[in-house]
Design a protein around this ligand. Structure first.
Ligand code: SF4
Ligand code: SF4
Length: 356
């Protein structure tokens, strides 16, 4: 493990709130298996707690990533971006795009470094997964943001589209990027294979949480569980070809492209969708993120693993993030991860990504 300064996190994920205005089918929070559907009360981080986190972490100038639910639904989203901006940190966040038009002026005033708009394909494919009218709203939002950004003479926020490859859209990636939208206007694109874990992964993970960390249940990671049989008709060769053409376009036109898994070969894609992750190339043997990054969910619970909130290491409503980051529970977790990966790591984007 590299000799890292562990006094404060270098990368802070904030789940601003649990609410979302959409119900995307494949969502691990609000989708068909999503645990949030059962919640009676939806939580959000208060602006005071967020300001505290930002002030505490300021000496490390961390990158921030904002999540939800839908981050633009947080009632103080403008103040949050302003506070991060004033602390000299950079921020990225994904959004479903439906509130971009409403917030466009604010997003130019306190520009995040990058905004990722989640769109899954041409209008009919996207809206079948995400809801009627979502595609048009998101495109209107992108256009407004681009036009205000141009008027302001600014390069920020960079605008990217992030697409999750699913059984429903995998044949339409090229048509989407080259025909349905104006790719020349974008700064970056991200193509990600649908994150999932198997029932067996989940059971093994639950067993580890019980045995090693005394956590009796793991309902939140259950939202990631799906049967790999649903991917059996996916054409891995076709995905590889489409991703390759997009990569060539991005290279020629100087656009940043992110993929995960990083190596989108036919073989890797096939193995990924058959839950044969361990035979893939370019995967991690150890995870450095518990030494670099932290995530605080909408309840204030701190965890080191993005979107896996079942194992918590403290709560920012009771203790400062610095105390939790340096605390015994975090140390115990790091000791475990020094030697092992977790059975759910294959369903985590950080398993495949090196940086924000
Ligand atoms: S927009 Fe995001 S958080 Fe909301 S339902 Fe869709 S995938 Fe889930
Ligand atoms: S790859 Fe595994 S250990 Fe690393 S952050 Fe993701 S779930 Fe946690």
């Amino acid at each position: 493990m590299p000799n890292l300064d562990v006094s404060l996190p270098k990368w802070v994920f904030l789940q601003l709130l649990e609410s979302c205005n959409l119900r995307c089918r494949m969502c691990y929070e609000w989708g068909e298996n999503g645990p949030y559907r059962e919640y009676k009360v939806l939580n959000q981080l208060s602006i005071d707690v967020i300001r505290d986190i930002i002030a505490t972490c300021k000496p490390a100038q961390p990158y921030y990533e904002l999540y939800g639910g839908e981050p633009l639904l947080h009632p103080q989203i403008g103040e949050i971006l302003q506070a991060i901006h004033e602390a000299g940190s950079k921020v990225h966040f994904p959004t479903n795009g439906t509130l971009l038009e409403k917030h466009a002026e604010m997003l130019i005033q306190y520009p995040p470094e990058r905004i990722w708009i989640s769109l899954d394909g041409p209008e009919e494919i996207n809206d079948a997964q995400r809801g009627k009218g979502v595609f048009k709203k998101a495109i209107r939002g992108i256009n407004k943001l681009l036009s205000l950004r141009e008027q302001a003479g600014s390069a920020y926020p960079q605008i990217g589209i992030s697409t999750v490859v699913t059984p429903a859209n995998h044949r339409h990636l090229e048509r989407f990027f080259f025909e349905s939208i104006d790719i020349s206007k974008l700064d970056c694109i991200s193509i990600e294979l649908q994150a999932y874990i198997t029932e067996e992964n989940h059971q093994q993970y639950s067993g580890i949480l019980r045995k090693e960390f005394g956590v009796q249940e793991a309902p939140l990671s259950k939202g990631f569980v799906c049967d790999p049989a649903i991917f059996s008709d996916m054409d891995a060769g076709l995905i590889e070809k489409q991703v390759q053409r997009l990569a060539e376009f991005c290279e020629k036109n100087n656009k940043y492209m992110n993929t995960y898994p990083q190596m989108m070969s036919e073989d890797n894609i096939r193995k990924y969708f058959s839950a044969d992750w361990h035979s893939m190339t370019h995967i991690k043997k150890r995870c450095p993120f518990p030494w670099i990054s932290t995530e605080i969910n909408a309840r204030g619970d701190v965890t080191s693993c993005h979107a896996y909130y079942d194992l918590t290491l403290g709560n920012v409503n009771d203790e400062s993030i610095a105390a939790i980051w340096r605390g015994e529970k975090y140390k115990q977790y790091r000791r475990y991860l020094r030697k092992h990966l977790l059975p759910i790591c294959q369903g985590c984007c950080l398993f495949y990504n090196e940086k924000p």
